[in-house]
Design a protein around this ligand. Sequence first.
Ligand SMILES: Cc1cc2nc3c(=O)[nH]c(=O)nc-3n(C[C@H](O)[C@H](O)[C@H](O)COP(=O)(O)OP(=O)(O)OC[C@H]3O[C@@H](n4cnc5c(N)ncnc54)[C@H](O)[C@@H]3O)c2cc1C
Length: 417
Amino acid sequence: MPAVTAAPDLDARRAGLDRIAIVGASLAGLSAAEALREAGFEGAVTLVGAEAHLPYDRPPLSKQVLAGDRDGQSTALRIPERYDELKLDLLLGRAAARLDATAGTLELQSGESVGYDGLIIATGASPRTLPATPELDGIHTLRTLEDCLALRREFEAGPRVAVVGAGFIGAEVAAVARGRGLDVTVLEAAPVPLERAIGAAMGRVCAALHTAHGVDLRLGVAVEDFDGSARIERVRLGDGSSIEADVVVVGVGVDPNTAWLEGSGLVLDNGIVCDATCATNVPGIFAAGDVASWHNRQYGEQMRVEHWTNAVEQGRAAARNLLAGPLAAEPFSSVPYFWSNQYDTRIQFVGHARPDDEVRVAHGAVDDDRFVALYGRAGRLVAALGFNWARLVMGYRAKIAEGIGWDEALDGAASLE
Ligand SMILES: Cc1cc2nc3c(=O)[nH]c(=O)nc-3n(C[C@H](O)[C@H](O)[C@H](O)COP(=O)(O)OP(=O)(O)OC[C@H]3O[C@@H](n4cnc5c(N)ncnc54)[C@H](O)[C@@H]3O)c2cc1C
């Protein structure tokens, strides 16, 4: 009997797909739009974005732009002509306020409505704030270009800086502030920074990097309150002590931007819940980037990843799968990757660590600020962290994807240098 091919003809699948809308005009949304055109989709593509800017890059906002080494404009992800080339209907400065998934329409805050046959949601995430934060000047979060420029202006006055949260954003802000010669205190609730992301041993290595550069790092402290009249003057801690500060940067994580989707029928649970192909529970609607929680077959887990590379790769995968249709859609399986620059140290991390993973420094030495640590679990290599050794870390991304064993990874390490 001849083999039965399940996948219908591509053009037939696309037949009902004339208008695709993408909500969120940033990295994942733009990547999706480009992938639609690369795949030959010639219908209308509408890109709706709450921010007034053309899509721009966020990593420099806690690095070169904050440091004053680059201007804000240099963060544009594409030159303006690229958007004409892509034939996008750009609706910028207009947030989507409501999704009617039955009618296939988006209502924008401006009152406009956008009809679609296929939809990709890439609305990213927003910084968390601490409960009962008072309205005082000098308290900042960092997500947008405006946030960055406001903080940069504050740094010019030579303030004492308190950073709440020793995650990657807090750590990068602290590093830039020290680079500008400012007094910096970092307040972290956990006994070890970044333990959930990279484990306790490597979290301690990151902590040491900051203390070596003159940061006053306070671990295991609870921020109770902020004092000041018009402007922040001090941060009060749970143990009764306080930290004098002219500027506070709160970096305590982000929440996915899903409030506008309440009641839409999409399943929401720490992001937009998707299957392995980035498809939501509503046919024809996909999600990608920081807002998407999808089933990553690489780890057999539902996860939401807040990294640059994921936004690009997942945005592209969601677009391809929307065009492919449910029978031909392919799982988006991924080994997460992120980088962070702190002082002169280029940190790279690939994989997905857990606090109880076995961790071994397999290349270089921690004391030399150049090493790669490997993470093993259940006989497999699951993650790798490097300081100033990007080439090696990226090689491990491919090995983790292939499912290399823990012993094999350790035995073969020396031959990779
Ligand atoms: C300061 C900073 C530094 C970073 N540094 C690194 C780094 O060094 N390495 C790394 O791997 N990652 C880094 N990241 C993370 C990386 O930038 C993000 O993972 C990436 O931006 C996610 O892209 P996204 O398109 O999914 O979401 P976002 O970039 O958050 O974009 C979402 C867009 O959707 C818009 N939007 C939200 N709601 C609506 C709505 N209802 N209607 C219309 N539009 C809406 C938002 O305004 C925003 O423009 C950094 C992030 C920040 C903030």
